[in-house]
Design a protein around this ligand. Structure first.
Ligand code: NAP
Length: 290
């Protein structure tokens, strides 16, 4: 069991961790820090933390597990602020959607006497803030840890046990591999959704109104993803540039093939692709990740 869990950023992911830690008794005490006093007050009112502060150094003092749950762009300043207050032997982890950039931002500031083990629960919604979290968010979802070559084995086991207690399936891989996989499974789909909804937003007024009225035709599924937090996603694209650009290049090529198939009336090419993609959807359902 964790004695003192410190969560930096009590939004969707941070508050979900607090809720599940509370419910499953994964930590004896739970404290949080958030730059927003209103979020600190809300977390206390929800009863999901024992103490809350706008100063991250306050929250991490005496903590044996610190989980950073803020947008990636904030990591450097947070690591700098908490470094002097971190207890020897503490595990410092995070939930950021990009891992190489997370390590680059955190590692230089952290003292040698703590264990940095980056993580990413592959679970979320398009909502933000302490009220958006829920205790079952991680249930049956994957949590990917990207330990460093010299990560302490005992610390890794403790962090794995924490996430297992939260209901997650655990995987470990290198940060580089994580960033390539997530570029295609998460980052590119968000980019496509943001773009297509942006395209619709630029249509002339009459057409735009009809897009919303008839959105059940498929568009609404894109609007859900495109309703995700703007700051978080800005930071994802700025911090996973190479992998996203590589996958975007492949997508451009494949869209050109579709464009050609439609232009020349090549129904076989269209049907072949749609048959393969249907099988992938069935695989997602079978893996209970739908
Ligand atoms: P969120 O709901 O907006 O929560 C982030 C919280 O951190 C907010 O309360 C925010 O306050 C606060 N914050 C921002 N900058 C801060 C700073 N410098 N110091 C202290 N607190 C600060 O976002 P989220 O969806 O939980 O995402 C948090 C992290 O989880 C991101 O790194 C993201 O990549 C990762 N993640 C997200 C998802 C998802 O689906 N949403 C899934 C997996 C991983 P303000 O509201 O005032 O900015």
């Amino acid at each position: 069991m964790i004695q003192r869990l410190a969560i930096i950023g009590i939004g969707l992911i941070g508050s979900s961790i607090a809720r599940v830690a509370r419910e499953k008794q994964l930590a004896a005490s739970i404290v949080c820090a958030d730059r927003s006093q209103a979020h600190c007050t809300e977390a206390l009112a929800l009863g999901i933390v024992d103490a809350a502060s706008t100063d991250p150094a306050d929250a991490v003092a005496g903590a044996d597990l610190v989980i950073i749950c803020t947008p990636i762009g904030t990591y450097g300043a947070i690591a700098k602020a908490i470094a002097p207050a971190l207890a020897p032997g503490a595990i410092v982890s995070d939930v950021g959607s990009v891992k190489q950039a997370a390590i680059l931002a955190l590692q230089p500031h952290l003292p040698a006497h703590v264990h940095l083990i980056p993580g990413h629960p592959v679970a979320g919604t398009e909502h933000s803030g302490p009220g958006a979290g829920f205790a079952t968010l991680f249930d049956g979802r994957w949590c990917i840890l990207t330990p460093l070559p010299d990560t302490n084995a005992e610390a890794l086991t403790r962090l794995e046990a924490f996430w297992q207690g939260a209901g997650s399936n655990l995987a470990t891989m290198t940060a580089e591999h994580h960033d390539r996989v997530l570029a295609i499974t998460s980052h590119l789909p968000h980019l496509i959704a943001y773009t297509i909804v942006g395209t619709a937003a630029d249509l002339e007024d009459q057409l735009q109104a009809e897009v919303i009225q008839y959105s059940a035709g498929g568009f609404r599924d894109f609007t859900r993803i495109a309703g995700s937090d703007p700051v978080m996603w800005r930071d994802v694209f700025l911090n996973n540039r190479d992998a996203v650009l590589e996958m975007l290049g492949r997508l451009h090529e494949d869209i050109a093939l579709m464009q050609r198939a439609i232009r020349i009336g090549d129904g076989q090419t269209l049907q072949d692709l749609f048959t393969r993609t249907r099988a992938i959807r069935r695989g997602v359902l079978a893996a209970k990740q739908a």
